[in-house]
Design a protein around this ligand. Structure first.
Ligand SMILES: C[S@@+](CC[C@H](N)C(=O)[O-])C[C@H]1O[C@@H](n2cnc3c(N)ncnc32)[C@H](O)[C@@H]1O
Length: 213
């Protein structure tokens, strides 16, 4: 099998930084289509879009494809190898010809962004299941602080991963996974999430779409 440079970067970073990467492969097209589906609303106004954790850019490509004139995209990435891969992708790939001057790659931890409240949409690929519930809460608070009222948050998580892992891990990890499940469940309920299962991804993923009050 011939792997692209970006897939090799992803595999390498997955090995070196699994805690922040949280996946062994970049997301597939079906997931990218679903997590960006609100961008194809007909006759919509231009949006300020934030992508959290673009990695090597499979979701970013789909965002760029679905951007309309006037849309802008900020892609915030904590890992410098991924941020560099993203800068190269946006600068060179013809898929970004009509959008690159409206896309910024920001090499930073999402938590360091000021809670500007001026994004219309956040599309998030952060690996919440690797983090402590307290950090997960901070990340969701940060995203809510960045969103406008009425703005949309779409994120994905791997299907049933907490349930599948739980019998094989120690009690501390089981408690951590349970805490994440409870917390994200409460947030989805409060924000009226709608959820879709995408089986055509490795691993299969749940995509959640929700709106800030
Ligand atoms: C599961 S990967 C998703 C990558 C890509 N969106 C995809 O779907 O293939 C998680 C990404 O989130 C990034 N990340 C993790 N924590 C972050 C943080 N606090 N701020 C910004 N990016 C972060 C990782 O470096 C990685 O690129």
């Amino acid at each position: 099998m011939v792997l692209s440079g970006r897939t090799k970067t992803f595999l390498g970073e997955s090995r070196r930084n699994f805690y922040t990467t949280g996946a062994v492969l970049p997301s597939g097209m079906a997931l990218a289509r679903e997590v960006t589906k609100h961008l194809i609303t007909p006759h919509r106004e231009p949006l300020r879009i934030l992508e959290a954790g673009p990695g090597t850019g499979p979701v970013t490509r789909m965002i760029a494809k679905r951007m309309i004139p006037g849309d802008t995209l900020d892609a915030v990435e904590i890992n410098s190898a991924f941020a560099q891969a993203m800068r190269d992708l946006v600068a060179r790939d013809p898929g970004f010809d009509s959008t690159r001057d409206r896309i910024r790659v920001i090499e930073a931890d999402l938590l360091t962004l000021a809670p500007s409240g001026d994004y219309d949409a956040i599309i998030c690929g952060l690996p919440f299941n690797n983090f402590d519930p307290e950090l997960v809460r901070k990340l969701f608070d940060a995203m809510e602080g960045l969103l406008k009222s009425g703005g949309r948050l779409s994120y994905f998580e791997y299907w049933a991963i907490r349930t599948l892992k739980s019998p094989f891990v120690g009690s501390q990890m089981r408690q951590r996974l349970k805490g994440i499940g409870n917390l994200t469940g409460e947030i989805r309920k409060r924000m009226g999430a709608s959820t879709r299962l995408i089986l055509a991804n490795f691993p299969p993923a749940l995509i959640h779409h929700m709106i800030k009050d």
